[in-house]
Design a protein around this ligand. Structure first.
Ligand code: UGA
Length: 437
């Protein structure tokens, strides 16, 4: 099939490459010339494991190209909208400027029967609004909402083998003509057993925000338990192991620590609350305010614990922060709890050095006032305290005996509860985890 993918960021670039891998002819379109230049040269403009290899592989087949020219969409019958929906400045709602611009830009190039497939995370009601816009210009085209559930760091495998496919069509019917077309697009994952659900537009839009809200709630639940464990002298990691063995609860997403960040969970729960308010259903989601509050409290708790660890004052203390990305295997620093903590510590008078295997250039753009060091050994040299804030493998594998000789004081705060406290204490370190005795 001939497919266009509009928006080539974390979502669209991966989607375009994966659609070509599935055998389709794909053009990726973005307004950002730098991004298109990189992608055309088979270079990923951001770090995502496996993406660059995939780009090289599919570009060699001639099935994938990139351009800034929207007219290139004319050849395609299926158009994926993959642009960002960031939080509005100074408000909780989602900024739909890019979704609206992508859809309007596409309108002149839509053929009769064309299918516009929304993948961006949007407030419920967006597909209905775009359907009206479409019906004026190309009444024979269709809008499908097909939310994306990929995780950064696993984006390629999540796209090639998703755990479910959701098609939101205007009438919610299996017989809608767009259903058969999308079944062709996703023929490979469907034949491999991926379940697919057909719903109406509104349900499909809500599936995505509901899923992210549930995940955020799960993380804040275990972080609330961490607060209790700290007060009671209990261990939240063992508590999570024990409750996670109940398969109605499950152990995944029960890792207590510095909380969730990134370009999705934080802004999605806020946009969901804002939309619920517009719909007169704000009471249904007031619990998400608490989920957000618990999450933000983690960051101030780490600052306080670091102060304690440093003997009561942060002034002039050399703090080394291991990890800047919002999670490992990503260079994304959007709403990264690690960077937010590093910046807080710096503001409170510490001398902070941040290291990360992939995210330092993005981090430096966001917080230019922090000091960055690529080499882990140099970053920890002479530190009064180490803070492990993003659980990259190379940090959880650090040897406490080797490290002890480079720091000024053997103190570590394990913000992701990934280290073995007994091992670090045996090597002479003062160890603090979150929600652990
Ligand atoms: C999230 C969802 O997991 C995806 O399904 C969704 O498609 C995506 O948002 C999106 O809306 O596009 P992602 O933002 O890549 O994916 O990251 P997650 O793996 O969900 O992690 C989010 C944050 O939660 C990270 O900061 C991570 O460190 C934190 N986390 C995760 C915890 O603190 N504890 C856990 O147990 C799990």
């Amino acid at each position: 099939m001939r497919i266009s993918v509009i928006g080539c960021g974390y979502l669209g670039a991966v989607h375009a490459a994966c659609m070509a891998k599935l055998g389709h002819d794909v053009v990726g379109i973005d307004v950002d010339e730098r991004k298109i230049g990189e992608l055309s040269a088979a270079r990923a403009p951001f770090y995502e494991p496996g993406l660059e290899d995939l780009l090289r592989e599919v570009q060699d087949t001639g099935r994938l190209s990139f351009t800034t020219d929207m007219a290139a969409a004319m050849e395609s019958s299926v158009h994926f909208i993959c642009v960002g929906t960031p939080q509005k400045k100074g408000e909780n709602g989602a900024d739909l400027t890019y979704v609206d611009a992508a859809t309007s830009g596409l309108l002149p190039y839509l053929s009769a029967g064309a299918i516009v497939v929304g993948k961006s995370t949007v407030p419920v009601g967006t597909a209905a609004r775009l359907t009206e816009l479409l019906s004026k210009q190309q009444p024979d085209a269709h809008i499908v909402w097909n939310p994306e559930f990929l995780r950064e760091g696993h984006a390629v495998s999540d796209t090639l083998s998703p755990d479910r496919l959701v098609y939101g069509v205007v009438d919610g019917s299996e017989d809608h003509p767009a259903v058969a077309v999308l079944d062709q697009v996703y023929a490979t994952p469907l034949s491999n057993g991926t379940p697919r659900l057909v719903t109406d537009h509104a349900t499909a839009e809500l599936v995505k925000t509901a899923a992210n809200s549930f995940l955020a709630t799960k993380i804040s639940f275990i972080n609330a338990m961490a607060e209790l464990c700290e007060a009671a002298g209990a261990d939240v990691t063992r508590l999570a192991d024990a409750i996670g063995l109940d398969d109605r609860i499950g152990r995944k997403f029960l890792n207590a620590g510095i909380g969730f960040g990134g370009g999705c969970l934080p802004k999605d729960i806020r946009a969901f609350m804002a939309r619920a308010g517009e719909l007169g259903a704000d009471q249904a989601l007031t619990f998400l305010r608490e989920v957000d509050a618990i999450n933000m409290r983690r960051r101030s708790r780490v600052v306080e614990l670091t102060r304690e660890l440093c003997g009561g004052s942060l002034l002039g203390k050399r703090i080394s922060v291991l990890g800047a990305a919002f999670k490992p295997e990503s260079d994304d620093v959007r709403d990264s709890p690690a960077l937010s903590i590093a910046a807080q510590l710096q503001l409170q008078g510490s001398v902070v050095t941040v290291t990360d295997p992939k995210a330092l250039s993005n981090a430096a753009l966001r917080f230019p006032e922090l000091h960055y060091e690529t080499d882990t050994a140099k970053a920890v040299d002479g530190a009064d305290a180490l803070l492990l804030l993003t659980e990259w493998r190379e940090y959880s594998d650090l040897d406490p005996y080797e490290l002890a000789s480079s720091v000024a004081s053997s103190r570590i705060l394990d913000g992701r509860n990934v280290l073995d406290p007994a091992k670090w204490r045996a090597a002479g370190w003062t160890y603090r985890g979150l929600g652990r005795p």
